[in-house]
Design a protein around this ligand. Structure first.
Ligand code: 5RP
Length: 225
């Protein structure tokens, strides 16, 4: 296991200590969350915890079910107590970029329907300014080439996300366009602008949503509220 993976595993284990019997828990997506779901599965099996997971992707649902964690869809629960998710970048006011795993639409839907949100990251994700990580947009395929041109005209350096020479599709069968911005001076202003652009289903700016961040550091997990 790489050192970065060790830090991811560390925060995954630390996060599941916040899960209590009877909770409905939002389960994020990504390599860090994968460690967290492993640790949650262990707790569920060893402590016979009765919890329900609300997964933010098909792959997280499959992993959770394979470990014996029961899951429900977001529309099948009446509330979510706590969602634990990863992030691609977090600044010092807890604003973040997500969507590196092409799951930010479902992740944001689950996050806004959760009483509390926690992000778990290795220390490389903590930044002074957002934007070095390309900002993901989930976009409707219809008209997406035209949307790309409009984003290009704004100087946002958009690029369809590709895998194996094919456009990446999300669990909702949409495309992902990444914006190579370098820096995001005013995240709230940019979020508003992207919210208003037809064809963009959701962007990866997660603003004012998170209560707790657990950062994996050399000397252990740092829990910041
Ligand atoms: C998926 C996400 C992930 O939470 C984010 O990309 C972090 O992933 P990882 O833990 O693999 O670095 O937003 O859409």
């Amino acid at each position: 296991m790489t050192h970065q993976d060790e830090l991811k595993q560390l925060v995954g284990k630390a996060a599941v200590q916040f899960v209590e019997d009877g909770m409905t828990v939002g389960l994020g997506t990504g390599t860090t969350v994968k460690f967290m779901v492993d640790a949650l599965g262990q707790r569920v099996n060893q402590e016979h915890l009765s919890i329900v997971g609300v997964p933010t992707s098909d792959r997280t649902r499959e992993q959770a079910n394979s470990l014996g964690i029961p899951t429900k869809g977001v529309d099948e629960v009446d509330h979510i107590d706590l969602t634990i998710d990863g992030a691609d970048e977090i600044n010092n006011t807890f604003q973040g970029i997500k969507g590196g795993g092409a799951a930010h639409l479902w992740e944001k839907i689950v996050a806004i329907n959760s009483d509390k949100n926690m992000w778990i990251v290795d220390s490389s994700k903590m930044v002074d300014e957002l934007g070095a990580f390309p900002l993901p947009l989930e976009v409707i395929p219809y008209g997406s080439q035209q949307l790309l041109k409009r984003l290009e005209a704004k100087g946002y350096q958009p690029e369809f996300r590709m895998k194996d020479n094919q456009r990446v599709t999300t669990d909702s069968n949409n495309y992902v366009i990444d914006l190579h911005l370098g820096q995001i001076v005013d995240p709230h202003k940019l979020a508003l602008e992207l919210d208003q652009m037809t064809g963009i289903v959701e962007h990866g700016l997660f603003l004012d949503m998170v209560n707790t961040v657990i950062v994996g550091r050399e000397n252990g997990p740092e829990i910041i509220h």
